[in-house]
Design a protein around this ligand. Structure first.
Ligand code: ADP
Length: 185
């Protein structure tokens, strides 16, 4: 059975879900993309496969204008074949040991994604665990940092519901422990 947990925060809700983010019908799902918005492995590849080829075409149009998406920034496209209406593409930091600005960049990736959602009046947003896959950010450090940014947006009503997706039982345990520590059981 996939695990879930939920935490009321201010007027909103944070849900922690073990599962596949591409199946979620949130207003927007966030993609842990690369700077070229070229698709790839991990959650990025899964989102592109599920959204269909129009997503890559939309990403190419954006790259034609901005050249590349720097780490910590975010852009938005339609969701195309996904159940979600929109995809917010952000680029997290690659982990180089933690003293190269990685925490600031990870915080910024979450915050910029939430800013795109708010600009488009998208109030339910699903996130993957940005940077904790191929980019190597330790989950024990990423989880409390990410949850702090998400809680602030829920507390101020920037969005009403955030669904934080994790992709293994071990990841669920780490994120749930961080959430219980921050928000209480
Ligand atoms: P990054 O390059 O930012 O590290 P990855 O895609 O490698 O991105 O991994 C980010 C996280 O997304 C990892 O924890 C990975 O297990 C998880 N992940 C991979 N596929 C999916 C999916 N379909 N739904 C939700 N999370 C996923």
């Amino acid at each position: 059975m996939p695990r879930t947990a939920h935490f009321p925060i201010g007027p909103g809700t944070l849900r922690l879900i073990e599962g596949d983010i591409t199946r979620d019908d949130a207003d927007a799902i966030v993609n842990a993309a690369n700077a070229a918005l070229a698709g790839g492995g991990g959650v990025d590849g899964a989102i592109h496969r599920a959204a269909g080829p129009r997503l890559l075409a939309a990403c190419r149009d954006i790259i034609a204008e901005i050249d590349h998406l720097p780490p910590g920034q975010a852009v938005i496209t339609p969701g195309f074949d996904l159940p979600a209406r929109a995809v917010i593409h952000t680029v997290g930091p690659i982990w180089y040991g933690g003293s190269h600005g990685e925490p600031d960049t990870l915080r910024s990736a979450y915050a910029a994604s939430l800013a795109r959602a708010a600009e488009h009046n998208l109030s339910t947003v699903a996130f993957p665990a940005i940077s904790t896959g191929v980019y190597g950010y330790p989950v024990e450090l990423a989880a409390p940092l990410a949850l702090g940014v998400l809680a602030e947006a829920l507390g101020t009503g920037t969005v009403s519901e955030i669904r934080m997706y994790v992709y293994s039982a071990a990841a669920f345990a780490a994120w749930n422990e961080a959430a219980v520590t921050l928000f209480g059981g």
